[in-house]
Design a protein around this ligand. Structure first.
Ligand code: ADP
Ligand code: MG
Length: 698
């Protein structure tokens, strides 16, 4: 039996439990051993019955005297009362509801340990335990010391379906006692350098802390054992990523010639780039000129001008006779990019096409032909570009906008369409460093940390629904003065339907009752593509003065004349998402406003809204958001590409992650031997890939 043994063959796990465990991703003996308790409970307070006091949490050792099943007239609650007695002759009653099965456990004379909160029972007029944890003691646990569930510090696991913490405790303890063939795959040099405890010891300690570390784990400090297990979980991920980076450097990519692009870029640029834009373009150009494929992430707050940076990269590719693919998360955004790029590339006469899901079959065929023959130089589309049978003639550069909506896998799929094309990823969600290291560990990062000149910071204001009339009259004044406004109902993936209904209702009310004299438009995901486009066009031209919408406008929409945004139910959405949304205003010369409308808020909600009111700094907001919501929620989508960590916690264990990353980097770049590196990759492939939920090393 070793770490790879399927759980079905582990003692205490039958086919039924195996199924439940597998559903939770626990497929092997190793998975179980690497499944950490999420907390520990101190059950070491063992007390004689005579010394129990109401309200305290204690463990008692006692013998079953009698079992009693009171019946109630109305319905059978399955109540089981058991009267216990200890060596000194004191007695105590414990009760369980819905527990018929217990009469098989508590035969008179059976010795047990019970753990729970002591309460005073007003009916019995004595102390009792309600639903205590229990453990039947074998003859050899005289003092309860060798027991598993009581009388000690016990690990508490997150249940796996119907497999309870209690069952897991038993199964894992059984595994730890077994003669498991444990091979520590962590490189010995690292174990020594960081003075890590050996694997077997670390595993045992993580589940059942020894006396020396008990106090630490109870206070949520990390024991050396926990430190090692967290380190290990981060290390293999970072090693996989470091290996990917190393491989990428060995891959042969396109070495673009920068010369022919220089003059063309000058002819194309509609304005003077900011210093930050120039720096990032230089970094991109260096990558593109190098013979290895580029994998670069460009981060920049909303409105920082990422599109024009991407356009310059596109010029380099096109001037080298390669095609460029531009990938956007939604069709609206793809259309925006298409229009924007068609416009900036006009002076250069580039042939820009869009492949849209809403096109007729015939239109699609003809666009696809243009792509396959190389006639189309710049191709814009949604992920349909990678999912459909689109063939490129000479794809040289992939530009992926708003990366956080694309998984790593999709990125790889697109890349396969070209002969190792360069990849440029753009995101407006500033990803805090710890997250960036784990999601984008295989990318280099550039940051546009400056806004184009002349931007006035957006004024953000918080109002509750009670004050909505004020909000509408403010909107009216702004619009009468020549501005335009958004009214947004934000949605997360699952709630798009609700948001759509809310937007539809608001549209009806606003257009008829509140702003009967103004031109109000409606935009949401379920409208036909043509309708969406015509509304968007109307808004751009100024025909539509107030645009009521769901979050379809979240990314990329660019209407400089819009100066007000009202965000409804702002408390329900992520800070980063709201920040992105409000970036749609403040693009013109006028002072812009963002009004966050919420119900009455609790303290936590107020804190979140205050962050938005006080700060316009996307990075600061992202850090706060990550702290308040945690990584999974922060990234917001199932396909965010975030690995699952069971032992480590990205927020708590940042410094361990950094150490793991630098050790992994070092190990992959200078492995003790080629065999050691190959073995490590094999180990990652076999044991870790599945746990992370990532195809790391293929
Ligand atoms: P984002 O980074 O959010 O994608 P965009 O690329 O949409 O930002 O740019 C926002 C707006 O700012 C666009 O209208 C763009 O033309 C304009 N812009 C970008 N860079 C500059 C600059 N250096 N000077 C003036 N305007 C700029
Ligand atoms: Mg953009």
């Amino acid at each position: 039996m070793d770490l790879a043994t399927p759980v079905t063959y582990v003692k205490g796990v039958g086919p039924q439990r195996a199924e439940q465990l597998m559903a939770k991703g626990l497929a092997t003996a190793g998975d179980l051993l690497y499944y950490p308790p999420f907390r520990y409970e101190d059950r070491s307070n063992v007390k004689p019955l005579s010394q129990l006091a109401p309200g305290e949490v204690a463990t008692v050792l006692a013998t079953v005297k009698r079992l009693h099943k009171p019946r109630f007239r109305r319905r059978d609650l399955g109540l089981v009362e058991v009267i216990f007695e200890d060596a000194a002759g004191h007695s105590l009653t414990a009760k369980w509801f819905h527990a018929h099965y217990l009469d098989r456990v508590f035969a008179p004379g059976v010795r047990v340990a019970l753990f729970g909160k002591v309460e005073f029972d007003p009916y019995l007029r004595e102390l009792s335990l309600l639903h205590p944890e229990f453990e039947v003691l074998r003859d050899d646990d005289e003092d309860g010391g060798a027991s598993l569930h009581t009388g000690r510090i016990v690990p508490v696991y997150e249940a796996a379906g119907k497999v309870t913490a209690r069952v897991l405790r038993g199964v894992i303890s059984g595994l730890l006692d077994k003669e498991l063939r444990l091979v520590d795959a962590l490189p010995q040099v690292i174990v020594e350098k960081l003075k890590l405890p050996p694997l077997a010891q670390a595993l045992r300690e993580m589940h059942f802390p020894s006396a020396e570390t008990e106090a630490r784990v109870l206070n949520a400090w990390r024991s050396p054992a926990q430190w090692r297990m967290i380190f290990e979980e981060f290390f293999w991920l970072e090693a996989g990523m470091a290996f990917k980076r190393k491989q990428a450097r060995l891959e042969k990519g396109i070495a673009f010639d920068l010369e022919p692009a220089r003059e063309q870029v000058r002819r194309m640029l509609p304005f003077k780039p900011t210093a930050a834009q120039k720096r990032v373009v230089r970094e991109i150009a260096q990558d593109m000129a190098a013979p290895q494929p580029m994998s670069r992430l460009v981060q920049g707050d909303v409105g920082s001008g990422k599109t024009i940076v991407a356009a310059q990269a596109a010029v380099i590719a096109v001037e080298n006779k390669h095609q460029v693919a531009v990938l956007a998360p939604t069709e609206i955004l793809a259309t925006q990019h298409f229009l924007y790029l068609s416009n900036v590339f006009k002076p250069l006469n580039y042939r820009v096409v869009q492949l849209a899901g809403s096109m007729t079959k015939k239109e699609k065929e003809s666009v696809k032909r243009a792509i396959a023959t190389g006639y189309a130089q710049v191709v814009v589309g949604t992920h349909a570009l990678i999912e459909e049978d689109v063939e490129f003639d000479r794809l040289g550069l992939c530009i992926i906008d708003e990366q956080h909506r694309f998984g790593v896998l999709q990125r790889q799929k697109l890349q396969k369409k070209g002969v190792t094309p360069d990849v440029l990823v753009m995101t407006a969600t500033p990803i805090p460093r710890t997250l960036a290291l784990t999601i984008y560990g295989d990318l280099d990062v550039s940051v546009i940390d400056e806004l184009p000149p002349g931007r006035k910071p957006i004024k953000t204001i918080h109002k509750t629904h009670v004050e909505i009339e004020q909000v509408w009259s403010f909107v009216k004044r702004e619009v009468m003065a020549g501005g335009q406004a958004y009214v947004v109902y934000p949605a997360i993936e699952e709630t798009e339907d609700k948001a759509m209904k809310a937007a539809e209702k608001a549209y009806a009310d606003l257009s008829r009752l509140v702003f009967p004299d103004l031109r109000v438009g409606l935009l949401h995901g379920k409208l036909a593509q043509e309708e969406k486009e015509s509304v968007m066009e109307g808004f751009k031209r100024g025909d539509v003065q107030i645009l009521v919408s769901t979050t379809v406008i979240e990314v990329g929409v660019d209407v400089p004349n819009a100066s007000v945004m009202v965000i409804e139910n702002a408390e329900r959405f992520g800070l980063a998402q709201i920040h992105q949304l409000r970036g749609r205003v403040g693009r013109g010369a006028a002072q812009s406003y963002c009004i966050l409308v919420t119900d009455k808020l609790g303290d936590a909600g107020k804190e979140r809204i205050r962050t938005l009111v006080q700060s316009n700094d996307g990075f600061h907001i992202a850090e706060m958001d990550l702290k308040l919501r945690g990584p999974g929620e922060f990234l917001g989508t199932r396909q965010s590409g975030l690995p699952t960590f069971r032992i480590g916690n990205l927020l708590r264990d940042r410094e361990i992650l950094e150490i793991a990353r630098s050790e992994a980097q070092n190990f992959v770049e200078r492995p003790p031997s080629t065999e050691a590196l190959i073995a490590a990759l094999e180990y990652i492939r076999e044991h870790w890939q599945r746990r992370y939920g990532l195809a790391l090393v293929g």
